[in-house]
Write a protein that binds this ligand. Structure first.
Ligand code: AMP
Ligand code: MG
Length: 275
């Protein structure tokens, strides 16, 4: 039994948008230490449940699950993967981090590298950044003409429909932090020797583009938040709440599938294991 249940509907597009979701929200949990402890207990229970569901999901083999994680720098993508998915069997999970495209990737259409990374049926794919960079950083930094990135919304919706029709279920998560929280986290990267390696001067340049990104995110939610693949705008200032929300979403996505243990292809009653 959980201490509390997160209501995901409030965070899902089209109900949710950047203004309706408070980055500091802690949902049904009190904001104090008791709330944090309760959420951490619940995360533990959810992670156990996720692992159980994953076994049948793998055996069933008819569906793939794709968790797409987008956020600003220091939004918590890495921490979410480390903590909210910690109970999964690594054999059934594939994490792909999308960096600046290589020369080879740029010589193809923008979905080429993404399609290759899509999970096969029975597996859970995690995208740390994704094809959505192609309507975010590419838009804000004007890496291609507007007509090119604008056409991508339709390409993305069609691509995701293709994957959905082939059995892939989407969980598209935006980790929503506010400007003050980002400042705190970037400062920590400068101050803490164990975090220095994560700091990039580029993070500060991107921080300066806060409003442009907000606009790009808002349009992305509006154009690509479909019925089959809505966005979940996750309050992410408090890591302990963020983790419990994402874990809840993964568990709900797996529970929504009509999973079953596959029938054996042979008549088991005709076999016996001898001593
Ligand atoms: P990080 O996630 O901190 O390792 O940084 C990866 C970097 O790659 C970020 O600055 C992204 O904006 C950038 N990136 C990812 N995908 C693309 C893309 N399609 N086009 C341009 N830059 C990208
Ligand atoms: Mg970075």
């Amino acid at each position: 039994m959980l201490n509390a249940t997160v209501d995901l509907e409030r965070y899902r597009t089209p109900v949710a948008n950047l203004d309706s979701v408070d980055p500091g929200d802690t949902g049904p949990y009190p904001t104090d230490g008791d709330g944090k402890r309760a959420a951490q207990q619940d995360l533990h229970a959810l992670v156990k449940r996720m692992a159980e569901l994953q076994r049948m999901f793998y055996a069933d083999g008819r569906y793939a699950l794709l968790l797409v994680l987008q956020a600003l720098d220091a939004g918590g993508k890495d921490g979410t993967i480390r903590r909210a998915l910690s109970g999964l069997n690594p054999q059934g999970v594939r994490v792909t981090s999308f960096k600046r495209p290589t020369e080879l990737e740029l010589a193809h259409d923008f979905l080429w590298r993404v399609h290759r990374a899509a999970p096969r049926r029975g597996k859970i794919g995690v995208f740390n950044r994704s094809h959505y960079e192609d309507v975010l950083v590419v838009r804000v930094d004007e890496l291609v003409p507007e007509a090119v990135w604008r056409a991508r919304y339709a390409h993305i919706v069609a691509f995701e429909r293709l994957l959905h029709d082939a059995g892939t279920r989407f969980l598209k998560v935006y980790l929503h932090i506010d400007r003050a929280e980002q400042a705190k986290r970037l400062q920590r990267r400068l101050d803490d020797p164990s975090r220095n390696w994560k700091f990039e001067a580029n993070d500060l340049r991107v921080r300066g583009q806060w409003d442009e990104y907000r606009e790009a995110f808002a349009e992305m939610f509006a154009r690509t938040g479909t019925a089959d693949a809505p966005w979940l705008i996750v309050p992410a200032n408090r890591k302990w709440y963020r983790d419990v929300v994402v874990a809840t979403a993964v568990v709900e996505a797996l529970e929504a599938l009509p999973l079953a243990w596959p029938e054996p292809d042979v008549d088991l009653s005709s076999y016996a294991v001898e001593d």
